[in-house]
Design a binder for this molecule. Structure first.
Ligand code: MLT
Length: 387
């Protein structure tokens, strides 16, 4: 069988390889602790599960869902954006459901890029910022995020040649994988930059509500002018422990939302109506469950930071996301440290270089296992890995 050049050039998804390694070791009887994928271990709130069960028992949800999204779903997203971010969205024209933010990130490239066009992609960044443009026969040009700049890109450093070909820019705050947050006027500068260079901003907003120490993350759309230059990929995955449910929405520029919807109607048949109704329950009910979950992650963050520092690793506690972004000990690359930790300690971490060249020298650790497993992971690293 002959495959397209597009697929031949596509790397396997980062977490597919990691999942295989975990399965092999587990099958060999080893006790693997995975701090790899950011897949919350806490359950979806009971009221959301209840709403799904009720909706799934209703035969009217069993047919094709509305591809534009049920009005109640779009209105729930609009009301969430209003109360959470103070952003008034038009539920009819500025919101379309997504099968998770990942789907939106990959497919928005098909809506914006022609062959040879470029997406400026945060590096380190979510791997789909690179593979999405590849799927559209475009290319990603890395936008370095460095610790010295608080993991915000230096927009002025982008070359004229890259800017000439660039059609869009991917950013995400609170940031995966670094945990960095926006604490200045970066979004305002980004809007001005996008205007000046005719770029579309795609803000991946998957971690907006996973924040610590009283920090409240903004939406990109709160910035004056943002909706004229971009969209946000909003996701329920992390805020409500719904990674398996595939629920999110693309929100913002009505023109882009419309183009995206046109694309999607030709590619998939929408989100299961029962999941849409359960998502309404998540977004419109009490948000105490989100605060409770952040308290759990904050406790884990503090525990893991303390344990890692106690074994000599340098780590800065993040103000957002479910990740620690940790420099590797001297003498290691991100890949060699990841391998040692897996081989010697049966602990999975993600190599920073898998998120782009600027991730070299770091590993990412997820806070998605209970306290005792975090402690056990660090204990094993201390005992079995040369640091
Ligand atoms: C992550 O771990 O970065 C992601 O949440 C996993 C994914 O979306 O594949």
């Amino acid at each position: 069988m002959r495959f397209s050049r597009r697929v031949q050039g596509l790397p396997p998804y980062l977490f597919a390889g990691i999942e295989r390694k975990i399965a092999e070791r587990t099958a060999a009887g080893r006790d693997v602790i995975s701090l790899g994928i950011g897949d919350p271990d806490l359950p979806t709130p009971a009221r959301v599960v209840g709403a799904l069960a009720q909706a799934a028992a209703d035969p009217t949800t069993h047919q094709y869902p509305s591809n534009q999204g049920e009005p109640a779903f779009r209105e729930a997203v609009a009301s969430f954006y209003d109360s959470r971010f103070g952003v008034a969205l038009d539920a009819a024209t500025e919101i379309v459901p997504l099968l998770g933010a990942k789907e939106g990130i990959a497919h928005v490239c098909l809506a914006l890029l022609d062959p040879g066009d470029v997406a400026l992609a945060a590096d380190p960044g979510y791997p789909v910022y690179v593979t999405g443009p590849m799927l559209a026969d475009g290319a990603a040009v890395p936008l370095p995020l460095r610790a010295a700049r608080g993991f915000q890109p230096d927009l002025e450093a982008i070359s004229g040649a890259d800017l000439k070909r660039a059609r869009m820019i991917f950013v995400s705050y609170p940031n995966n994988p670094t945990g960095a947050v926006i604490e200045d006027d970066f979004f305002a500068r980004l809007v001005a930059f996008a205007r000046a260079h005719d770029l579309v901003v795609v803000h991946d907003n998957a971690y907006a509500d996973i924040t610590y120490d009283g920090y409240v993350a903004p939406s990109f759309l709160q910035t004056p002018g943002a909706r004229e230059v971009g969209v946000e990929m909003f996701s329920l995955s992390k805020s409500y422990n719904m990674t398996g449910w595939r629920s999110g929405a693309v929100v913002g520029s009505a023109d882009l939302v419309d183009a995206f919807w046109r694309l999607k109607t030709n590619m998939d048949s929408g989100m299961f109506a029962a999941v849409q109704r359960a998502s309404v329950a998540a977004l419109t009910g009490s948000q105490q469950c989100v605060a409770d979950m952040c308290a759990v992650y904050q406790r884990r963050r503090d525990l893991l930071v303390e344990a890692l520092r106690a074994i000599g690793m340098r780590v800065t506690p993040p103000k957002g996301t479910i990740y620690l972004w940790v420099p590797v000990p001297d003498g290691y690359t991100s890949a060699s440290f990841t391998e040692q930790v897996l081989e010697q300690a049966d602990v999975v971490v993600t190599p920073g270089a898998a998120y782009g060249a600027c991730g070299e020298g770091y590993v990412r650790l997820s806070l998605t296992v209970p306290d005792d497993r975090l402690q056990e992971a660090v204990r094993r690293i201390e005992e079995r890995v040369r640091l």
